[in-house]
Ligand binder design. Structure first.
Ligand SMILES: C[S@@+](CC[C@H](N)C(=O)[O-])C[C@H]1O[C@@H](n2cnc3c(N)ncnc32)[C@H](O)[C@@H]1O
Length: 244
């Protein structure tokens, strides 16, 4: 395939996307949607940007790639430039979880949140997992990759059944640890997750004696995740591949 490789973060997102029409929100350089078209993971894409500078960067990249015929570029806030029910699948990558939640909440009020969401927040993935559980989405796949930080990438799918708040991904796991650190990543005993948990433990433990309530809650969540991993995989070495 004649296209630039994606960095690990966007590659992980791309691998969780397969769609006829797909929209990438906050696309900037449009590297992800261009790769989706070139790799055949999407047939057509909509690139959404809230400011003109990045949208023009995206337009140039799409033109250079010879993909203008299969790409629409739209200026606007989040899901607002999409028509209701226009498409099934969107991605949001490289933003903070609170920015993403704002986009999803505004989109929900307008009935514009599609059935499939692929999200790569730079922080606070637990906020997105909690949002999904209370808004009828199931967490069907998770990846974790390293870059500037360790990034989780989530695929969420709207659940059609009657029990929309029951997501089997969380069954049998400690609730807060799974919401904050990822049920699939815990089950995979993902080596990057193990590194992340150990880093959090080293950061939080020295502060325990003077701690604020939120810090004590965070520390308890880290310990609960590590305790679950210890009983699930007592011998797992640090550099192991994630379990399938
Ligand atoms: C840090 S860049 C990430 C670019 C790319 N998605 C990536 O992961 O490499 C974030 C982009 O999101 C855009 N953005 C932020 N909030 C947005 C919103 N509410 N609607 C559309 N675009 C937004 C910004 O203009 C910026 O270009």
């Amino acid at each position: 395939m004649d296209t630039l490789p994606l960095d690990a973060r966007l590659q992980a997102a791309a691998e969780l996307i397969r769609a006829g029409w797909h929209a990438d929100i906050g696309s900037d350089h449009a590297t992800l949607p261009i790769w989706l078209l070139k790799s055949g993971r999407a047939d057509r894409v909509i690139v959404v940007e809230k400011t003109t500078g990045p949208l023009e960067v995206a337009r140039r990249a799409v033109t250079q790639a010879g993909l203008s015929g299969r790409t629409e570029l739209r200026l606007g806030d989040g899901l607002e430039p999409l028509l209701t029910h226009e498409l099934e699948s969107v991605s949001l990558t490289g933003m903070g979880a609170r920015t993403m939640l704002g986009i999803l909440e505004r989109g929900r009020a307008a009935g514009r949140v599609p059935a499939v969401l692929v999200v790569q927040p730079n922080d606070g993935a637990g906020l997105l997992r909690s949002w999904a559980r209370t808004h009828g989405y199931r967490l069907v796949a998770e990846r974790m990759v390293s870059g500037f930080w360790r990034y989780p990438v989530l695929r969420l799918e709207r659940c059609g059944g009657p029990d929309t708040e029951h997501d089997p991904a969380y069954d049998g796991l400690p609730e807060a640890a799974a919401l904050w650190y990822g049920p699939h990543l815990l089950r995979q005993v993902h080596p990057l997750l193990v590194q992340e948990l150990r880093a959090q433990l080293s950061r939080l433990e020295p502060l325990e004696r003077h701690a604020r309530p939120q810090l004590l809650t965070d520390l308890a969540t880290v310990r609960s995740a590590l305790a679950w991993l210890k009983q699930a995989a007592p011998q797992e070495p640090d550099g192991a591949e994630p379990r399938q």
